[in-house]
Design a protein around this ligand. Structure first.
Ligand SMILES: Nc1nc2c(ncn2[C@@H]2O[C@H](COP(=O)(O)OP(=O)(O)O)[C@@H](O)[C@H]2O)c(=O)[nH]1
Ligand SMILES: [Mg+2]
Length: 256
């Protein structure tokens, strides 16, 4: 056994239909989870009330609330700062990603072969909902550009399931907004030479009618972020200085 403490960060914007089930699934699947940091991004539905009631029943739910809606990336910044565990996993608040797969997702970190694990919806997995082909193509294109710019062989850059050693997300200087984190995270991880793994996951995608919100503008933003963070940022602009220095002293087995 290792001594890792697992923190989940759950960004939530108007997720009254799913948030309670997601929290139930988390505690069912991960009885030893250290904490679940829910960041309510100024929802105007019942999300804050549901989360508040849950946090009274389950003290490991730590609730934060933005006064103004700021987007997923901003919710993650708040969540990462609040985490106290040693492994951090992003868990979306809709039911697209299954918390019972988190032990598989973080296994390479627990075994100390990885610093970062990405859940891939394109590797072999148990279940993947057949949905928008245009999203698939957009993701394939963004992943293709990502791989050219980073020289990493990723299959799913836009995946919502991202896990990392806590010090990586806590020391990353995150600048993007909207859904920019997905691109920025991979670009900046590459700069500091982390050991990155992909793990197959299921994908229970939802339709726009069911609440999906990502749109064409987010795809165009992603393209800009690919260029910005891969070509116009160096490692010192990507992580806190102390962290860069300590990594430089102990960098082994990593792609640099
Ligand atoms: N769309 C959106 N999602 C947010 C925001 N803030 C936090 N989130 C959460 O970020 C996660 C991903 O968003 P989602 O709409 O599911 O993205 P999609 O599935 O890629 O369309 C969900 O848990 C949202 O509740 C926001 O301002 N807008
Ligand atoms: Mg979603």
């Amino acid at each position: 056994m290792d001594n890792h403490l697992l923190s989940l960060v759950v960004p939530a914007f108007n997720e009254e239909r799913t948030i309670e089930t997601v929290l139930d699934q988390i505690f069912e699947s991960l009885p030893d989870v250290h904490e679940v940091v829910v960041v309510d991004d100024a929802s105007d539905d019942a999300t804050p009330e549901i989360c508040h009631a849950y946090s009274i029943r389950e003290p490991r739910v730590k609730l934060f609330r933005h006064k103004v809606n700021q987007g997923k990336t901003s919710a993650l910044i708040t969540g990462f700062a609040a985490c106290t565990g040693s492994i951090v996993v992003v868990q979306d608040a809709d039911l697209e990603y299954d918390p019972s797969e988190i032990p598989h997702l973080i296994a390479p970190i627990r075994r100390d072969v990885a610093d970062v694990c990405l859940g891939s919806r394109f590797l072999v997995h148990r279940a993947g909902r057949v949905l928008y082909y245009r999203h698939y193509l957009a993701n394939k294109f963004l992943t293709f550009v990502n791989n050219l710019l980073t020289d990493l062989n990723i299959t799913d850059v836009e995946t919502g399931y991202k896990a990392a050693r806590a010090e990586i997300v806590k020391n990353m200087i995150i600048e993007s907004s909207g859904f920019g984190f997905e691109i920025e995270f991979v670009a900046k991880c590459k700069k500091i030479g982390v050991r990155m793994y992909e793990v197959p996951i299921s994908y229970y995608g939802r339709t726009y009618k069911e609440g999906k919100k990502i749109g064409v503008k987010d795809g165009l933003d992603a393209l800009w972020y690919l260029i910005k963070f891969n070509l116009f940022r160096n490692v010192r602009q990507s992580f806190q200085e102390q962290f860069v220095k300590s990594r430089n002293r102990s960098n082994d087995g990593a792609i640099t």
